[in-house]
Ligand binder design. Structure first.
Ligand SMILES: *Cc1c(COP(=O)(O)O)cnc(C)c1O
Length: 453
């Protein structure tokens, strides 16, 4: 080890980390490149990396890497660190729990924080009916359990997911996910009794309104499956990986009404949209819908792995005792983090903060769109905003341009993510703890690399 390697230059994370973009090496720098070579030798090649800078500290709106670069975080580790990285209240709650006990398995000898997380979710989620919750580790695991519970409750088997959907990468959830590359290719066979319906994609739907799009989906479901066979319909109220697609007004309420009339469980996958991200605590609230079951994860616990299914008591209570659970589900450290995180969402009015961030994002992005027709669409809600990049003449998706813009932003120290079925969407998911000036600087970098691309 050289002297430089040994220097203890690792800063403490959290909001006190200097909130600045600071590049002291190329991105990625030499230490990150060295780690990338180690990754190649040690980590499965199937585990991809968006931007190979290795992080040593993060907080507010920045990520600091091993080379000492401070990057602007416009991704929140995919919508996870809404309250910010190493948020002090989360750190304190987890540290206290760490000193008490780390694990018992809730289904062996339980503890109260699991119950308090369930009570909080039951209170915060839409609808004032009796609810129950169950806790898991990942979004995909929670989606699987929502489907299991819906099947048990209805005694039916079929599940409908939508075009452009993303629900995870386990066997059941790969089947629900729409996109082949990279999520499904070569990993079949997929689970049985999964069907796909057309969604509402206003930018590409040519005049079809929300109710019309819902009728189109319902007709297909009735003709191809039949409500008598359908246990559940699962949908993201705003599609995440599929391209931040906000359905036209009326689409979701029409689907909910049809589900209720046909004893089909309506599952809202709010893994990405949940917890203040969209400018309301849940995206379902924007449309006034009350899902039967909600799947929650990502933003729930300030970065610790936790997920949940919350929903109608009679549905959630249907499975036999022991049918639902797992070794780590509702781990005490994750529950402590979730309680601190959810308290912050409520007491610090982070939904309002998400709306402010959304106003900055849409203002700047629409200004780019006004002068550059390669930005075909600016869409999303709150701090979940995206641009869709297209050929200005044909309107065709331009994934190559998207890749160039994002790579150039990365080189300038701005962490940006892409998404979209056609790979032509840049999504903005900043931590809600990002200062305005840093967000604006990140958007200025985007604007300049876009003009140059
Ligand atoms: C990320 C995501 C999932 C999967 O969550 P994991 O924790 O990665 O398993 C499921 N649904 C949606 C909408 C997501 O964005």
């Amino acid at each position: 080890m050289t002297l430089v390697d040994a220097l203890p230059l690792i800063p403490v994370g959290g909001p006190t980390l200097p909130q600045e973009r600071r590049l002291v090496t190329a991105v990625p720098g030499p230490k990150s490149q060295k780690l990338s070579r180690r990754k190649l030798e040690a980590v499965s090649a199937g585990v991809g990396v968006t931007l190979p800078v290795y992080i040593v500290a993060a907080g507010g709106g920045v990520l600091v890497d091993v080379d000492g670069n401070s990057l602007i975080d416009l991704g929140s580790g995919i919508a996870v660190t809404g309250v910010g990285n190493s948020a002090p209240e989360v750190v304190a709650a987890v540290a206290a729990q760490l000193a008490q006990f780390t694990h018992t398995c809730f289904t062996v000898t339980p503890y109260d924080s699991y119950i308090e997380v369930a009570e909080t979710l039951n209170r915060l989620t839409p609808g004032d009916h009796a609810k129950r919750s169950a806790l898991f580790n990942s979004g995909a695991e929670a989606v699987e359990n929502a489907v299991k519970i819906a099947r048990h409750y209805t005694g039916k088997q079929a599940v409908v997911a939508f075009d452009h959907a993303y629900h995870g990468r386990t066997t059941l959830t790969m089947g629900l996910t729409a996109k082949n590359q990279p999520y499904k290719n070569g990993f079949g066979p997929f689970a049985a009794e999964i069907y796909r319906a057309p969604t509402s994609y206003p930018y590409r739907d040519a005049g079809l309104d929300g109710v019309g799009a819902a009728r189109r989906a319902i007709t297909q479901i009735e003709k191809q499956i039949g409500a008598d066979n359908l246990a559940a319909l699962i949908i993201e109220p705003i599609q995440g990986e599929g391209g931040f697609i906000v359905p036209a007004p009326g689409f979701l309420p029409t689907l909910v009404d049809w589900c209720r009339a046909n004893r089909v469980v309506f599952i809202a996958d709010e893994v990405q949209t949940g917890f203040a991200r969209t400018g309301d605590l849940f995206a379902s609230n924007h449309e006034g819908i009350v899902p039967d079951l909600m799947v929650l994860a990502k933003g729930i616990a300030g970065g610790l792995p936790l997920s949940a299914v919350t929903g109608r008591a009679e549905i959630m209570d249907a499975p036999q005792v022991g049918g639902i659970g797992g070794t780590y589900g509702g781990n005490p450290l994750a529950c402590a983090a979730a309680l601190a995180t959810m308290r912050s969402y409520e007491t610090e009015n982070l939904a309002q903060r998400a709306r402010e961030i959304g106003a900055i994002l849409t203002g700047r992005l629409n200004a780019i769109r006004a002068v550059d027709k390669r930005v075909g669409d600016v869409r999303g809600r709150g701090a979940m905003i995206a641009i869709e990049l297209v050929d200005p003449v044909t309107g065709d998706p331009d994934a190559a341009l998207t890749g160039r813009v994002v790579a150039a932003a990365h080189a300038q120290g701005v962490v940006l993510l892409t998404c979209g079925t056609y790979g032509n969407v840049i999504r903005f998911l900043p931590p809600l703890s990002i200062p305005d000036d840093l967000l604006v600087e990140g958007l200025q970098v985007l604007s300049s690399v876009f003009a140059a691309a």
